[in-house]
Design a binder for this molecule. Structure first.
Ligand code: GLY
Length: 307
């Protein structure tokens, strides 16, 4: 079984092929996400994604193995094409769960991860236009050595359209895995981490119950530990749909700070799926679902539960 959000479109066939050929859910998710990271037409993940306020690409990714609760995560990784593979290597080669910034870069180098110029021409042009249109004349004189905080708030207003790729999968051995990858909030404060690399917020997997991953405003799902909450609600007896609804209700309690759209994707260990969105984001809250018994991958729309 595979569940991926709209950004996963170009990787879902690959992930399905891995599972059909008896591959593991870890491989299916890594292989699927690598295609999205390399696709420059997707403006929220990997090469072609959106840079921070300084025009730098900082990518986040994570993977969690529900069979043993091992997890690997990478934050603010620069200059490497496949953050998801570096995250998997953190899980498999290090005693740690999470690396960020310079250490992430050093580790990517150590494992000979593929280097790349992550800022596409389209993303650079879009970034320069945003700076021209939004930075004050005074600040422009000293840019970027000015107070960036107000520009982070400003860029957050557009963040409803931001994104991430998330994959959830169950393989023939009934191992459940969750994976995420993103270039994060477009024009965020440098060094900002969203929920995608935060185990328990942006993703969680546990073979005993299921898996969950979130997209859009990571600041919100970090504050309510959304992905882990969904799993805990299922542990306490909720169906996957009840668990997602309850986690969405938790988000309702947030009134200050960055508030915007959140989409929650979840599966239970029996292959039941649920995707709920706080807003009608049209295509941006659609998802792809494939189960063994399905002839083809289905493209579906999240249920909207308004915040
Ligand atoms: N949900 C992705 C992020 O906030 O960066």
């Amino acid at each position: 079984m595979i569940l991926t959000n709209c950004e996963g479109r170009v990787g879902v066939n690959k992930a399905r092929e891995v599972l059909i050929n008896n591959g593991s859910s870890l491989d299916a998710i890594e292989q699927g996400i690598r295609l999205i990271e390399a696709d420059t037409t997707i403006d929220s993940v990997g090469r072609g994604g959106s840079p921070n306020l300084l025009g730098e690409m900082e990518c986040d990714a994570a993977i969690m193995d529900g069979s043993n609760l091992l997890a690997g995560s990478i934050g603010a990784l620069k200059d490497y094409l496949h953050a998801i593979s570096v995250a998997r290597a953190v899980m498999e080669k290090l005693p740690h769960v999470m690396l960020v910034g310079e250490g992430a870069h050093q580790f990517a180098q150590e494992i000979n991860a593929e280097k790349a110029d992550m800022l596409s021409d389209e993303a650079r042009i879009k970034h320069e236009k945003w700076i021209r249109e939004n930075v004050s004349t005074d600040d422009m004189k000293n840019w970027p050595n000015v107070s960036l905080a107000k520009y982070a708030w400003l860029s957050g207003k557009d963040y409803a359209s931001g994104g991430t790729v998330v994959f959830l999968a169950i393989d023939a051995k009934e191992n459940i895995v969750a994976g995420t990858s993103t270039s994060g909030w477009a024009r965020s404060y440098p060094g900002r981490l969203g929920d995608s690399p935060i185990i328990g917020a942006g993703l969680y997997a546990d073979n005993r119950y299921g898996a969950c991953a979130c997209t859009h405003n990571g600041e919100m799902t970090i504050r309510t530990s959304t992905a882990r909450s969904v799993i805990l609600y299922m542990k306490k007896g909720a169906s996957v749909k009840e668990a997602c609804n309850e986690a969405m209700r938790d988000l309702l309690y947030l009134h200050e700070g960055q508030i915007g759209a959140v989409v929650i994707h979840a599966i239970d260990k029996n292959g039941n799926a649920c995707v709920v969105s706080s807003h009608d984001l049209k295509e941006k809250s659609s998802y792809y679902l494939w189960k063994d018994e399905m002839k083809s991958i289905e493209h579906k729309q999240a249920e909207v539960i308004k915040l």
